[in-house]
Design a binder for this molecule. Structure first.
Ligand code: ADP
Ligand code: MG
Length: 147
């Protein structure tokens, strides 16, 4: 959660359908964490979670934001979008489930492993969605433990 105690925080905008800039925000997050000397294994987990969440906004929403926070205890990534939302979250969380189009699959997306991998790499993961409105992911990765 964002608070005044956050050592660092930054917001990123994501544009739906923009496959040219896709992945830039998660790349920047990775570089920021490298710059402040975060452990490589933690950075790896954050980078996977942020990238998969960012790509889902690019592929399945109109636009969204990433709110990235760092405090001495944890890294937070809140990804909120405006878009179609998810009808059945439990189903969307299943490994291999994907509604990616043929075009997206040709670009190498649509393995259906994004949401399961976000969950796997998070210490806390919550997903909420309203059909026709949008989706919100709250990801926390702790700094002072090993997972
Ligand atoms: N932000 C989102 N908005 C709408 N639908 C989403 C969003 N994120 C994921 N989904 C749905 O959940 C499915 C599974 O997502 P994911 O595990 O990342 O696999 P993939 O991206 O390869 O399809 C997607 O195919 C899509 O139907
Ligand atoms: Mg995905």
């Amino acid at each position: 959660m964002a608070s005044q105690k956050d050592t660092f925080q930054q917001k990123f905008k994501i544009k739906g359908g923009d496959f040219i800039k896709a992945g830039e925000s998660s790349c920047e997050i990775r570089n920021i964490l490298k710059g402040i000397g975060i452990d490589a294994e933690i950075i790896r987990r954050v980078a996977i979670a942020a990238y998969e969440a960012e790509m889902n906004v690019v592929m399945y929403a109109q636009h969204g934001t990433i709110h990235f926070t760092v405090n001495p205890q944890e890294i937070g990534i809140i990804v909120e979008d405006r878009g179609q939302g998810i009808v059945d979250i439990e189903r969307a969380m299943q490994p291999g489930y994907s509604t990616a189009t043929e075009e997206m699959r040709e670009m190498g997306f649509g393995a259906g492993m994004g949401l399961p991998n976000i969950k796997k790499n998070s210490d806390t993961f919550t997903i909420t969605s309203k059909v026709g409105k949008g989706t919100k992911l709250e990801i926390v990765i702790k700094l002072n433990n090993t997972k």
